[in-house]
Design a protein around this ligand. Structure first.
Ligand code: ATP
Ligand code: MG
Length: 140
């Protein structure tokens, strides 16, 4: 099942993110795919608001951020990962198996071979006039 949205501003994104937040559950992995500045971090930020988490920042330098409120969230970014050894060092293979947490991974497509088959892909595309297309698809 695939969903597609055209998003023109943060308010519209907030609504889509809230709906998405209501549908995900503990253990889920969300692969965020799209070029620089396409809105991956902003999407996670909006989803986290639904769980009353308001301090989300880009994990681009930290590689992994962890948030816990109503729910535990790991927010990762593969952009600066140079090889799979680094994934071992950051504890990726343990945290990805945490069934009590939701895992968001920016730039997940850079290491698609380490992703669980069962995941949700969220793709971000730039369209004309500041419009972004967001495609949400389940991968089983
Ligand atoms: N749906 C949207 N509507 C309007 N502005 C947006 C939307 N999504 C993101 N932005 C804006 O675009 C900018 C870049 O977004 P963001 O940092 O989320 O991108 P990113 O995909 O995480 O980039 P990176 O690849 O560098 O991690 C931010 O200033 C953000 O506010
Ligand atoms: Mg980002």
């Amino acid at each position: 099942m695939e969903k597609e949205y055209l998003v023109g501003n943060l308010e519209e994104l907030g609504k889509i993110a809230a709906k998405f937040a209501g549908e995900i559950k503990n253990g889920d992995t969300v692969a965020l795919i799209g070029q620089l500045g396409s809105g991956k971090t902003t999407f996670v930020k909006e989803v986290c608001k639904y769980f009353d988490i308001h301090n989300v920042t880009s994990p681009s330098f930290a590689i992994v951020n962890e948030y816990e409120n109503q729910i535990k969230i790991y927010h990762l970014d593969f952009y600066r990962i140079k090889n799979v050894n680094e994934l071992v060092n950051i504890g990726y293979y343990e945290l990805i198996q945490d069934e009590e947490a939701i895992k968001f991974i920016e730039w997940a497509d850079l290491y698609s071979n380490v992703l669980p088959c069962k995941r949700i892909n969220v793709k971000f595309e730039f369209k004309e006039n500041n419009i972004r297309k967001i495609i949400i698809e389940k991968n089983e």
